[in-house]
Design a protein around this ligand. Structure first.
Ligand code: GLU
Length: 495
């Protein structure tokens, strides 16, 4: 069995019940990688059969998220394709037809049990310590009897008729053969009383009709996986490769990420939903790298991957079925790596909107220099305004308190600032080679520590305690602006 089968047709099949989170983004990424690697197709299918949980905004979110991550589908509701429509609510008749085909072959049946009746059965089973399951009341109704009741308008569902005896063996790509006793499998509902198909039928029919070669999905589907395989077999179809991905665990590794944990993490500003990642200052490249490694590895050492690397190096064989704990700090780490991997031009283009959003007018003439000064120090794009906003400010907001921190008196600060100004006016070029020693001499002459003078200068030029190195900043600000800021500071200090 090989994942290198050419070309793979894989589908990402989210239900529009919420925003795209890291778990589903990971599934979509693996789909995309396999499709690109084998010259195949990546298909987006919207599984909107659950009308009650439908959220209108979710679908737009999926497109935006895939777009931002750079993993666009080849076929889908927006892209179209040879198997349109790619939205299950528009494929209702296909499911009904196949359910009827299963009825005709004796692999499915109409069930008229009311919910009251089913509840009673369920309660009895619980009392007897049995796992609740359908008791088979309608399994053996004759076709005539069923037809009569349907004619009479009796509410009904269609259920799959799981063989009562024997075993079923299915093969998961990562876990190998899984064998279950058929007596443990339920006669699942395929078509609900409102006429809508459920996942167990709709996904199977679509996967077959859309010629899907690899079904890559979450391991929450493992318990019902044998039923899905049985439906394939009952319809006489060749099964795809089934790949059930690892479960994502909470950061402490204790248990699955529940809905509540997800909400909690989001409230703490952690990157859970793709839509939030950009605002939190992450690059799509970093998110891709991070999620790729949640359950997949290339070898024991390589951790830096671009999307292109992943297309070359990804393989289903190296997916790990064991649960993986989400490590949020790893994303910060990858973000730093990917930021450093950008060309200066690219990094400059990514930071520009952040300064603009903060209300600055960005002068392209020095943006590249600014980018170069902060690139290696940036872990998240959220930091760049705090780090380098002062470059775009005409006047920085200096106050006496801020200038004279670091145990300097106002008169000492004024004297030092004046001396720095005189020094700078004298220097044809202000850089580390020409200015560092003279600045140290100023400190020594005033019996101050060199750090106090450098700190003062930093505060005067940037309005910040922390900034890129002084001699990176000064050439970008330019001599005129440097002198102007020293003048403003001296004015405040002597007034
Ligand atoms: N609609 C299902 C879900 O969102 C898809 C599962 C699958 O990929 O088959 O969980």
């Amino acid at each position: 069995m090989s994942s290198k089968q050419n070309p793979a047709r894989v589908r990402f099949a989210p239900s529009p019940t919420g925003f795209l989170h890291i778990g589903s983004a990971r599934t979509a990424l693996y789909d995309y990688l396999l499709a690109r690697q084998t010259g195949g197709s990546f298909i987006l299918r919207i599984e909107d059969t659950d009308q009650k949980r439908y959220q209108e905004s979710a679908e737009e979110d999926f497109s935006n998220a895939l777009d931002w991550l750079g993993i666009l589908p080849d076929e889908g509701p927006e892209q179209g394709g040879p198997h349109s429509p790619y939205r299950q609510s528009l494929r209702k008749d296909l499911y009904r037809d196949h359910a009827e085909q299963l009825i005709n072959s004796g692999d499915a049946f109409y069930c008229f049990c009311s919910s009251e009746q089913l509840n009673l059965v369920r309660e009895e089973q619980i009392k007897r310590n049995e796992t609740p399951h359908y008791d088979g009341s309608c399994r053996n109704l004759s076709q005539e009897e069923a037809a009569k009741r349907i004619q009479a308008g009796d509410s009904h569902v269609i259920r799959f008729k799981v063989p009562k005896l024997g075993i079923t063996t299915v093969t998961d790509f990562l876990r190998g053969e899984i064998t279950v006793e058929n007596s443990t499998l339920d006669d699942m509902i395929l078509i609900k009383s409102n006429g809508f198909a459920v996942y167990h039928l709709a996904a199977i029919v679509d996967d077959y009709l859309m010629a899907i070669t690899h079904v890559i999905r979450g391991s929450e589907w493992l318990p019902t996986f044998p039923i899905h395989a049985l439906i394939y077999r009952a319809l006489g179809w060749k099964e795809p490769y089934w790949v059930h991905l690892s479960v994502l665990l909470k950061p402490d590794g204790k248990g699955k990420m529940s809905k509540r944990d997800t909400q909690l993490a989001q409230d703490q500003g952690l990157p859970i939903f793709t839509k939030d990642m950009e605002e939190l200052g992450y690059l799509p490249e970093s998110v891709i790298n991070w999620i790729a490694l949640m359950g997949w590895s290339y070898d024991d050492k390589t951790e830096f991957f671009t999307l292109e690397d992943l297309i070359k190096k990804f393989s289903l064989e190296k997916l790990n079925p064991s649960p993986a704990a989400i490590n949020f700090s790893k994303l910060d780490h990858f973000n730093g790596l990917h930021i450093r991997n950008l060309s200066i031009e690219d990094f400059a283009a990514r930071i520009k909107p952040w300064f603009e959003k903060a209300g600055f007018t960005v002068d392209n003439s020095n943006l590249l220099q600014i980018a170069a000064a902060i690139q290696t120090r940036t872990k998240k794009l959220t930091e760049v305004v705090g780090m380098a906003g002062f470059f775009f400010q005409k006047n920085i907001d200096l106050t006496l308190d801020r200038i004279i921190s670091d145990k300097l008196t106002a008169s000492q600060a004024a004297e030092a600032a004046q001396k720095i100004k005189d020094l700078f006016l004298d220097l044809p070029e202000i850089n580390g080679d020409t200015a560092e020693q003279p600045l140290r001499d100023i400190a020594a002459g005033m019996e101050l520590k060199a750090g106090q003078v450098f700190g003062l200068l930093r505060e005067i030029l940037t309005g910040q305690k922390i900034s890129p190195p002084l001699f990176d900043i000064i050439p970008i600000l330019g001599k005129d602006l440097v002198i102007q800021r020293l003048d403003s500071a001296i004015e405040i200090l002597v007034s």
